[in-house]
Every structure is written in C-alpha cells, then in structure tokens.
Design a protein around this ligand. Structure first.
Ligand code: BG6
Length: 470
C-alpha cells in the first residue's frame, strides 16, 4: 500500500463554472459573467444569454443533492472556490453581503455532513467585474486592500468550517491571460512587462497577507499556493533547447519560489534588470513575503509540452509550446502524459520540500449518454478511467520515490462549464449533467462508469490501481 492512510481523495470545482445563479441573492457580476467564449474572445459589455456560466449546472440550488451524490464515492475532500462577488458584489465595499456568506455556510456544513473536508480557493478566475473595470484588477495596488478585506471576512466567518485554503488559482497563469487570471482590463498586447510583473507582485503580497491572516485567525489552517504545472521537456539534446527549457521552467518555478522561499530569485532579478522592469515594493511588503510562506504547494496537472528551437507549435492549458512526438492528445488537443505527473511531483518536492497537493487533474472529453439497462442512464467512459488510472499510478510512483503527497482532487468531478472554451461538452466528471452547450437539457445527474471505478479506488485507498497496471 503506497497511499498514506490519511490521503485526501476527492474532487474539485470552481464557483463560476458550476454555481450559476449569477445574479441571485445579491451577487455582483464577476469577470466570468462577461466571458461567454472563455479565452476565445474578448469580454462583452454586459452578460449575454449565450454565456453558459450564468446558469452553470445550477449547483447553487442543487449543491445538497450533488454533494450527497459525490459522497457515494467516498470523497474525503471537496475543492471549490468562494465567488468573491457573492461576498463583496462590487469588491470595494466595506460590508459583505450576508446572503452570499450564508450560502457558503450551508455548502460547507453540507460537505461536513457528508464526510468531506472543504478545500477552498479564495480567488479562482472570478475577480468582481467592478474591480476589473474601475481599478484594472491586480495591476492596481489597491487590490491588496480589497482582497485583504475579503479574506479577513471569509476567514472570520468560516473558521472552524474550513481548514485548507488556496490563495489564487493557477497564479502563474496571469502571465498568459491577464484578464481571466488577474482581472486586468488592459489588453495583453498593450500591457508592459513592468505593469504585468507589478500585478504579479501585488498578488504575491496579497497571498502572503492572506497566509498571515489565516494563521492568526485560524491557527489550525493550512494555506497553499496553487500553480499551473506544465512540465516542459527539451525537444532535442541541443544545449540551446536545454537552456530554453530552463528559462521556461524559471518563469513557472518563480511562483512557487516566491511562496515557499519568500523572496525574489536571482534569475528573476536578472530578467527584470535586463528588461528594464522595476518592481515597486516597500520593505514591509518584502518582509511580509519572507515571513508568511505557505504550508503546502498545490497544483493542477493536465499535460506536458516540449520546447526547442524547431518543432510544431501547439496550445495547451493557457500556455503553448512544441508538440511532443511521443504523446497522444485528448479530444481538445491536450497531450496526455501520466509520467509527467511523477516527474512534476519529484521536481517540486526536490525544489521546495513542502507537502504537495494535486488539486486538478482529469480528462476533458466528449461523453455519450446511454441507457444503463436498469432504467437510468450512464456513460461508458473507459477513456477517463484509463487516463486517471495511469495518472494515479504515477502519483503512487512518486510517493514511493519519497514525495509527500497530501491528496488528489480530480478536476470537474461533476460536469461543469470549461474555463478555456466555456463549453459543457468538454466533460471531466464522474457525474454526467444533462446540459448541452446551447443551454438545453434537464440538468439531471447520472453516474458514469468512472464513478463506480473512483469509488472503488478510494475504498481501497489506491490499492485497486495495482491490479490495473497500464
Ligand atoms: C484549469 C483551471 O486551468 O484547468 C480550471 O483551474 C479549468 O478552472 C481547468 O476548468 C480545465 O480547463 P478547461 O479549459 O478544460 O476548463
């Protein structure tokens, strides 16, 4: 048995991709409410009816039955985010919206009722729209105060209910998608590197401040950073390719280094110097970064890419790279690389020596709903079972390598709306939700074949994976 006894098995979602109810109970608009195409096109002026996220999978009203259903798989942990604009509809108010706070009271109580520990992302690509439009999101230093007010409010309210917190979802993605990730309205092409890295600095300070406040308000709390992990391999042994990969790695490792070591690394100081970037910071901020580092490092892992002087360009999750000729790809062109997960776990552990938490992994695929012969419906998603078994086997290998892995929450454990494409037909779940890309459907929930498989994996604490070596 390789998985530790207290391994946190579970699943993950984000508020904006499943809750719906985008304007109920006092919720303000978030940037997602004006992104009907995900990353594929610019934001609209107002929410438009074709934006699936406005309705999501109606988790806001159905959370109780959904959590109950997920608990049948034996989840120990359920990762979700708090929609900032439910708590502070505009983001710069002093007083929170009580109805928003009450919703998460009910949700977290339901998680506990069904034996799950909530794992909460404080900001998952859902900056209040007002903060984006009025302040230009994280490009503005004032965001630190708005975020601090928000985190103080939710920590005080949910202390005793939530132990595990993540400060920013995939914090490194702000370099690639400043609007979705950082609420920055200035188009990427017009944003200078100084403005971009200044925004990153603001997020680092906010993250350290949240860590400090969490530990003061909830001494038991464990706070993690959350990184989009996408290992990059050299396309050839050409030393130029190796150096290129090292440099790409630095741009991602930078985010973990800041959260774990608490100071700007030499390779970034060099980059800033050579690019003429000057980060405005105060001695107090630098001290905050140094003193309030994270308890663990969490990350998402879907794919790996290659880099090199030559090679065919492809686009993955937010970032692009070169195609790896040894890997097959998903229906959406994301290369499938289970061993990259073992590699990432080892690399991160070697570098940071902090417990690691895989908080997103999974396969976005087209599912076909069929009769199950017992009066209900199901999906024969062997492809998803194969994908996840192969990845979990590599987690097991990493644990054998000595890596401390806290848990695994598969992404989109119940079908939800995709972040990059805003489709629901890009399905990740163990639970099928009867909703189509055009918004039609009954919203009925059905257990897929992978539901039963994951239930058995959890019940055996991973031992089942041994018998299905792929
Ligand atoms: C991560 C995000 O980038 O990948 C999630 O944290 C997202 O919000 C997930 O849904 C999968 O990406 P996509 O584009 O298939 O939804």
């Amino acid at each position: 048995m390789s998985f530790p006894k207290n391994f946190l098995w579970g699943g993950a979602v984000a508020a904006n991709q499943c809750e719906g109810a985008y304007n109920e109970d006092g919720k303000g608009l978030s940037i997602q409410d004006v992104l009907p195409q995900g990353l594929k096109s610019a934001p609209t002026e107002e929410p438009t009816a074709d934006n699936l996220k406005l309705k999501g999978i109606d988790f806001y009203h159905r959370y109780e039955e959904d959590i109950k259903l997920l608990s049948e798989m034996g989840f120990k942990v359920f990762r979700t985010s708090i929609a900032w604009s439910r708590i502070f509809p505009k983001g710069d108010e002093q007083q929170p919206n009580e109805q928003g706070l009450a919703f998460y009271d009910r949700l977290f109580a339901t998680c506990h009722k069904y034996g799950m520990e909530p794992l909460v992302t404080i900001s998952h690509y859902e900056t209040p729209l007002h903060l984006a439009r009025k302040y230009n999101g994280w490009a503005n230093h004032q965001m630190i105060d708005f975020y601090a007010n928000y985190v103080r409010t939710i920590f005080q309210r949910y202390k005793g209910q939530v132990k595990y917190w993540l400060t920013f979802n995939e914090i490194n993605s702000v370099l690639h998608s400043p609007f979705m990730s950082g609420g920055i309205v200035t188009p990427k092409e017009e944003l200078s590197l100084s403005e971009l890295y200044q925004a990153v600095h603001h997020e680092f300070v906010a993250s350290a401040l949240a860590t400090k406040l969490a530990h003061e308000i909830m001494p038991e709390a464990k706070v993690g950073c959350m990184i989009l992990a996408m290992p990059t391999y050299p396309l050839t042994p050409n030393p130029d390719d190796i150096i290129k990969v090292m440099e790409i790695d630095h741009f991602n490792d930078f985010f973990g280094d800041m959260h774990v070591r608490g100071e700007y690394p030499g390779y970034m100081k060099r980059y800033f110097r050579e690019k003429g970037i000057e980060i405005k910071s105060t001695p107090e901020e630098l001290q905050l970064l140094k003193e309030h580092t994270v308890n663990f490092v969490s990350f998402s892992y879907y794919l790996s890419l290659c880099e090199g002087v030559d090679g065919e360009e492809i686009v993955g999750n937010f970032m692009g790279g070169k195609k790896n000729p040894y890997l097959k790809a998903s229906d959406w062109g994301w290369p499938i690389d289970p061993k990259g997960l073992r590699y990432t776990l080892n690399k991160f552990y070697d570098r940071w020596q902090k417990p690691l938490f895989i908080v997103e992994n999974g396969l976005g695929a087209k599912d076909v709903l069929i009769d199950d012969g017992k009066g209900s419906k199901t999906v024969n998603d062997d492809y998803r079972i194969n994908y996840m078994s192969a990845h979990l086997r590599q987690v097991e290998e990493a644990i054998k390598d000595g890596v401390e892995v806290m848990g695994y929450t598969s992404w989109g454990c119940i079908d939800l709306v995709s972040a990059s494409t805003a489709q629901i037909s890009k399905r990740y779940g163990f639970v099928y939700v009867d909703r189509n890309d055009d918004g039609s459907g009954t919203l009925a929930r059905y257990r897929k074949k992978s539901f039963l498989w994951y239930r058995d994996v959890i019940a055996s604490n991973g031992a089942l994976l041994e018998s299905m070596k792929l």
